[in-house]
Design a protein around this ligand. Structure first.
Ligand code: ADP
Ligand code: ASP
Ligand code: MG
Length: 405
């Protein structure tokens, strides 16, 4: 059976008119000879009655600290509502259809409520329904532990459900339908000139997604890449081809027409981070101090980023919500950090930048021209990150986009 997993995001399901359009798209793929397995997100974004954020808001109105287990149960309702509605529309259009919760679709997770990891997918029920000719609609973003506890997969996690089902069913494609033409050179909400990419490697989109491009969940890309299932990120609102996400071996074998002359593939950004600057003693005391500091922070479960270890000081960033705990941890082990609040990380990602001289020079010049102060800079073989003040973030993304894209 030629399975095609089609995932529809919240904005693609926001009105009856759009839901009809989505249903027609599913039916069209069936008529093309595919067996569609559909994954849905909750309807709409914040403000819409059945959106995930609205359900969370409702619970928090009642009690600020609702346990995560109960929040997962509540959040899972959003995808159940949209799936049942879409299945009803498909039925009304004369197509046999069945709706499955994540658990019914065999998505087994660990018990990390709110951020659960998929351990395995048991696809038998989905396959059985498909063999009976039914379109299977599955609630995204949710699974169940072996003990029968409902879990959710982290915000944006319907993409992950789609990729996991794609792997389990050995799908021809996993199509992620959303409200933009595909994966773009930057977030179109920030850069008006951003344009959709024809194709991108798993590695590149994984880096972009980890660094803030929330067009597709990074875990979805990691899962699809393990079995080389091609992902296509496409628009629900047009018939454009979207962006094909595939392996670099496909790209370099020349199987796909991809222009590899771009040094940078995309620019992305994350705000809500703060920079810590901690002075260190010189000599052996300094070395012991460094080790003590990073061990202390690690034992407190704080994730640090943008780490620069210099003989006289340490620089690192944490998410804003971790600032208070980090300060307490450091004070307890006798460090007095200087903190720069309100920072943002801007990342330039491109698999082709490895070994190319001048990339950093271009970045620094482009930002200097706009009077943007770089607070820190790091690089790897595919990414250059700069830390800037939050108020410079949009300007920095636009300047770098002009420079490279
Ligand atoms: P969905 O509800 O369909 O899952 P998301 O809001 O999760 O949609 O993701 C789509 C959004 O991602 C777009 O509306 C866009 O603003 C944002 N986005 C951020 N970076 C990029 C990028 N590089 N390319 C495309 N979209 C991006
Ligand atoms: N509805 C969930 C969220 O808003 C999952 C998703 O949209 O992918 O995070
Ligand atoms: Mg999403």
């Amino acid at each position: 059976m030629k399975f095609l997993v089609q995932k529809f995001g919240g904005t693609s399901l926001i009105s009856q008119e759009l839901r009809e359009k989505v249903a027609d798209r599913i039916i069209a793929s069936k008529e093309e000879g595919y067996m569609p397995v559909v994954v849905v997100s909750a309807i709409g974004r914040e403000g819409e009655p059945y959106a995930t954020d609205s359900l969370l808001g409702l619970a928090r109105q009642a009690f600020r600290n609702v346990p995560q287990r109960e929040l997962d149960l509540l959040m899972s309702c959003g995808e159940i509502i949209s799936g049942v509605i879409l299945a009803a529309i498909l039925q009304a259009k004369g197509h046999q259809c069945v709706f499955l919760t994540g658990a019914q679709a065999g998505i087994v997770t660990d018990a990390s409520y709110g951020e659960a990891r998929i351990l395995k997918v048991k696809p038998q029920t989905t396959i059985k329904h498909a063999q009976e000719g039914k379109i299977v609609v599955v609630a995204g973003f949710q699974g169940m532990t072996e003990d029968g506890e409902v879990t959710t997969l982290g915000r944006g996690g319907s993409d992950t459900s789609a990729a996991a089902l794609g792997v389990a069913l050995d799908a021809v494609y996993v199509d992620i339908y959303t409200d933009v033409e595909g994966i773009m050179t930057a977030d179109p909400r920030i850069v008006e000139e951003a344009r959709p990419l024809d194709s991108i490697t798993y590695d590149e989109i994984c880096h972009l997604a980890h660094e803030g491009a929330k067009v597709v969940h990074p875990r979805a890309v990691e899962i699809a890449s393990q079995k080389n299932i091609p992902l296509r990120v496409r628009s629900t609102f047009s018939n454009g081809p979207g962006t094909l996400v595939t392996s670099s071996s496909e790209v370099y074998r020349g199987a796909i027409d991809i222009t590899r002359d771009r040094i940078i593939t995309g620019i992305t950004q994350i705000s809500g981070i703060s920079q810590f600057n901690v002075a260190m003693a010189s000599g052996a005391d300094g070395l012991k101090g460094q080790a003590r500091l990073f061990r202390g922070v690690a034992l407190a479960g704080i994730s640090v980023d943008f780490v620069n270890v210099l003989p006289e000081k340490l620089l690192f960033t944490v998410k804003d919500e971790a600032v208070n705990t980090t300060v307490k941890v450091l004070e307890n082990i006798d460090f007095k950090p200087k903190i720069m609040h309100g920072c943002a990380k801007v990342s330039c990602v491109g698999a082709a930048m490895t070994g190319v001289p001048g990339v950093i020079a271009d970045i620094v010049e482009a930002l200097a021209k706009e009077d943007i102060q770089i607070l820190q800079c790091n690089d790897s073989h595919t990414t250059v990150w700069v830390l800037v003040k939050r108020e410079d973030m949009e300007k920095a993304v636009r300047a770098l986009h002009r420079q490279f894209l």
